[in-house]
Every structure is written in structure tokens, then in C-alpha cells.
Design a protein around this ligand. Structure first.
Ligand code: SGN
Ligand code: CA
Length: 516
């Protein structure tokens, strides 16, 4: 795709060669960028995409005043790798961060570094999860590893400090605080990266009762038997089998009747971090739930569906805080006058299963975890509104941010700038297929390594390493991916064609082809 240089008059010339000591009169129009990312936030629980479970007016506002990408995907559905893809605009094998056990090579090119070199003030506040210290940021305040929901520690250049409060509120407070004290003569790029709504989905105290008695519709494939999908059958992310009653669902009874593998991880971890006041509020809600649960002595499907509802209740109450805080941030942008020239981007590091296939977690190239929400509100100079349906991927954010800032996109970036789409164009040469590659096996949740291709209609996946399994889905006829049609002779030609395209993508991105 031809890389368009900026649109907004005069900006390109300003950008080239700017340094952090750029003179004040150069500030005018380069847009600020606020890149909000959450962790594990499913599109099923963002009402712009799906309003069956929760209303999210704060997030919906970004969509209403901007654009909603309806076909937004990740390159590798897991946290650290997703973040590395976004920072570099490159697939995992190219940026070197393939799974959560890797360490990010911070000496490589990233979009925050390029923005910083062009005179932007850059900051990251919240989850980082790339092990090495952030580079390319004037300011950083990050959670160690996964971080905590209650009274989390933050690490900055000055060391580690614990802050009292709920993580989603704190990250927003710190972000607004940073914007207030920044050098207003320069444009800024702020990465506001939430911990929520990562496992173990802990709501803030005012929201503990919000969904307490609510029951949710069970996904039609909750009791999936994984017929024809061997790798799916071998995973360890099942609500029935793998979701821990105490750790995940907070059934920490004081008598110790409920003994589970991760009871102590919760008891000595998140639960122990609370202040007495927080714990009192928590126990007032959870103790009666625990009592009823013990009395009910649930088994089989009743137990499975109780677990599903309990999971949904906590997850959705955690989304509530996220949405409030996005609303609060947008209000600050209005009040401070920043709204007009600030791009606001909302995404998650990947999608998540809300009981589909019987699962929580992510990793698979199946739709719920391959997709990720993507909303953007643009500065006044851009007029795109509504839905954008082209296939986009998280490697596209870096080139988009660079182009928005008037910076030429380096030729080694593998993503495509979304700018033409944001300008309302429909480029005929836009990509027709997406490439995906997941590596974390052996590993937690036991999802086999796999790579694949997705077009508008079809998805071809190859699971490899300790297995050699191909899957093909017709997403039009089978949107829930229940029927692997790879062995159906009817599709022989289609498979050949998709394999050819897949090979082409592997060559284009220089990812060595794996035959097994
Ligand atoms: C933790 C979670 C996993 C989760 C990974 C990766 N276990 O290890 O359930 O898949 O993070 O998540 S936990 O017991 O620590 O909660 S990611 O979003 O960081 O990639
Ligand atoms: Ca994640």
C-alpha cells in the first residue's frame, strides 16, 4: 500500500527533523494521541459491538463520535506479544517477542521512539508486561508484570511504589495528572494501558453488587464437544474443568471447606492486598454468595452454569469501572480543551472467551480471541464516522500513529497505516487476508502452537509442534467455528488456494514456513 503522507496542511514539513527541543511555534496542529488499551476486554462486552450483556456508554462515546472497526484482529492473541506487535508494527517473529516468557528488545525501533524523536512528549502509564524497562518514553509508570487490582505497585524511573486504591481508577488519575503537568508546547502521545479486565476479574468495591444476582444467556456452544478439532479438545481453559472456585470465582470460605489448587494464590495474593475497609466491603458481598454456594451443593450442569454466571458477574462489574474511567477521561479532554486535537484510540490486547466453546482466556485463532475491539475518535480535521469493515490488525496501529503525526513510515514496518480508511477512502488494494501466529506451547492453558490465514469468509489454521492438524472453517455458514471442513473433498481447491495465499503471507512477512 502506498504510504500517504499527511493530509493536514503543513504538518509533514514540521515533522521531519523535529527534535525534543523543537521551538514552541511548531506546536500548532500535530494531533495528540491517547492510546487506551485494556487487557482481555472482549468485544462481546462492549455495547458498540454487542449489547447483550452490558451497556458501555463511555466507550460507546468514542464510537459515536468516531469510528468502529468491525473487523479488527490481533497478530498473536496474547498479552506481551500483542503489545510488542503494536509498539513495533511488526509480527512477533520479526520483533522477537513471541510469547509471554520473552523479553522485549527495547533497543529496536518503536512508534513511541519515532514520535519522541519528532518532538512528541511520550508517556506510558499502566500495564507494560514486556519485562525490559520501557524505552522511547519521557515518562513511564508501569505495573510490575500483571499488576494487582487493589493497592497496586507502580514502577517508574524512581523505583517501586504502592498506591492505595483500585487499579483502573489509579491509572486514569495518573494519566490525567500527567497530562496536566506536561509541557503544553509540544504534542503528546500517551499510552494508557489498563490492567482490567484481566483474570481474576476483580471489581471495585462500589460495583460488587452490580451483577450479583444476574443470570446471563449461555453461549450456544458452551457444551462444545470439540469434535473434529483436536487442539481445541486439549486446551486447559475450560470454565468447567479449569476455572478455580476460589482463585477465579473468589469462594474463599473462612472454614476452608472449599479447597482448590489455587486457593492460597488468591488468599495470599489479591485478597491479602486489600485494606481492612476494602476487605470488609468485599466480604459483605462474597460471604453470603459463598454460604449459598455451599448450601446448594451443585453438580454437573448446574455447577457449570453457576460458574459461568459467577465469572460473568465479576468480569462485567470490572468492565463497568473501565467504562466509567474512559468516560471520565473523555470529560477531562472536553474540559481541558484537548478533545479537539487529540486522537483517542481504544483497543484491547486481544479478545476473550465469554463462555463460547466453554472457555475463558484467549490464544486461539478462533474468532473470539483473534478479534479485538478497535474504536477511534479523530481530531476535527478528519471526518470519518461510523463503521469501517476492512480487515485490520494490531500491527497497523504504529504506522497509523506515525502518519497521523506526519512522520514517514519506515519501510520495515509490516502493518499498514489506517489513515486512508480514516479519511473515508476504500482503497482497492487493501489487504484481503490476515496472518496469525501463536507460539506459547508448552504453556499455561495448553493451547498448541498454530498459524493461519483468515479471509473475509474462510479461515485455515495449522496446529503444529507436538501435532500436525489442519482446520478449515466457513465463517459465513459456521460463524462459531464448530465444524472443521478441512477433510471435506468439496473444499480441496479452496484449501489449495488458501495454502498458496498463506505461503505468500509467510514469504511477505518473512516467517519461515513450518510443514509440521
Ligand atoms: C496469567 C493468567 C493466565 C493468562 C496469562 C496470560 N494466569 O498467567 O490465565 O492466560 O496470564 O495473560 S493467572 O493465574 O496469573 O491469572 S496475558 O493477558 O498476560 O497474556
Ligand atoms: Ca491480555
Amino acid at each position: 500500500m502506498k504510504r500517504n503522507l499527511l493530509i493536514v496542511a503543513g504538518l509533514a514539513s514540521l515533522a521531519a527533523g523535529c527534535t525534543s527541543s523543537a521551538p514552541k511555534e511548531e506546536k500548532p496542529d500535530r494531533p495528540n494521541i491517547i492510546f487506551i488499551m485494556t487487557d482481555d476486554h472482549s468485544f462481546q462486552t462492549l455495547s458498540t459491538y454487542d449489547n447483550r450483556f452490558i451497556q458501555t456508554p463511555g466507550l460507546d462515546r468514542i464510537a459515536k463520535e468516531g469510528v468502529t472497526f468491525t473487523n479488527s484482529f490481533v497478530a498473536n492473541s496474547i498479552c506481551g506479544p500483542s503489545r510488542a506487535c503494536m509498539l513495533t508494527g511488526k509480527h512477533s517473529h520479526t520483533n522477537g517477542f513471541r510469547d509471554n516468557r520473552d523479553q522485549f528488545d527495547g533497543s529496536q525501533q518503536t512508534f513511541p521512539k519515532l514520535l519522541q524523536q519528532a518532538g512528541y512528549q511520550t508517556a506510558i502509564i499502566g500495564k507494560w508486561h514486556l519485562k525490559s524497562d520501557p524505552t522511547g518514553f519521557d515518562y513511564w509508570s508501569i505495573l510490575p508484570d500483571q499488576g494487582n487490582y487493589y493497592n497496586p505497585d507502580f514502577i517508574s524511573k524512581d523505583g517501586k511504589k504502592r498506591h492505595e486504591g483500585y487499579v483502573t481508577n489509579l491509572i486514569t488519575d495518573f494519566s490525567i495528572g500527567w497530562m496536566k503537568q506536561r509541557d503544553a508546547s509540544k504534542p503528546f502521545c500517551l499510552l494508557l494501558h489498563h490492567k482490567a479486565v484481566h483474570r481474576i476479574w476483580m471489581p471495585d468495591t462500589p460495583y460488587l453488587r452490580l451483577f450479583k444476582d444476574q443470570k446471563f444467556p449461555l453461549p450456544s456452544n458452551f457444551y462444545d464437544d470439540y469434535a473434529g478439532r483436536t487442539a481445541a479438545g486439549k486446551q486447559e481453559m475450560s470454565i468447567i474443568k479449569d476455572m478455580d472456585l476460589v482463585y477465579d470465582l473468589k469462594m474463599l470460605d473462612k472454614e476452608g471447606t472449599i479447597q482448590t489448587p489455587y486457593r492460597n494464590a488468591y488468599k495470599n495474593g489479591e485478597y491479602a492486598r486489600m485494606t481492612n475497609t476494602q476487605r470488609k466491603a468485599w466480604d459483605e458481598v462474597y460471604d453470603p454468595i459463598i454460604r449459598h454456594f455451599l448450601e446448594a451443593k451443585l453438580e454437573g450442569k448446574e455447577l457449570a452454569e453457576w460458574k459461568y454466571n459467577r465469572y460473568m458477574q465479576d468480569y462485567l462489574a470490572s468492565v463497568r469501572s473501565l467504562d466509567d474511567n474512559v468516560g471520565r477521561l473523555l470529560k477531562y479532554l472536553d474540559e481541558s480543551g484537548l478533545a479537539e486535537n487529540t486522537v483517542v484510540v481504544y483497543t484491547s490486547d486481544q479478545g476473550f472467551y465469554m463462555g463460547e466453546h466453554g472457555w475463558f482466556d484467549k490464544r486461539f485463532m478462533y474468532e473470539e480471541s483473534f478479534r479485538t475491539p478497535l474504536l477511534m475518535r479523530l481530531p476535527k480535521a478528519y471526518h470519518a464516522h461510523g463503521k469501517i469493515s476492512q480487515l485490520v490488525q494490531n500491527i497497523d496501529y504504529a504506522p497509523t500513529f506515525l502518519e497521523l503525526a506526519g512522520i514517514q513510515v519506515p519501510s520495515d514496518i509490516q502493518g499498514e497505516s489506517l489513515l486512508p480508511l480514516l479519511k473515508g477512502e476504500k482503497p482497492a488494494s487493501w489487504r484481503k487476508s490476515l496472518y496469525y501466529h501463536f507460539y506459547e506451547f508448552p504453556g499455561e492453558h495448553a493451547v498448541r502452537r498454530h498459524y493461519g490465514i483468515r479471509t473475509d469468509r474462510y479461515k485455515l489454521i495449522h496446529f503444529y509442534n507436538d501435532c500436525d492438524i489442519w482446520e478449515l472453517f466457513d465463517l459465513k455458514k459456521d460463524p462459531s467455528e464448530m465444524k472443521n471442513i478441512y477433510d471435506d473433498p468439496k473444499y480441496k481447491q479452496l484449501i489449495e488456494h488458501l495454502k498458496f495465499q498463506l505461503k505468500h503471507l509467510q514469504e511477505k512477512y518473512n516467517d519461515p514456513i513450518i510443514n509440521n
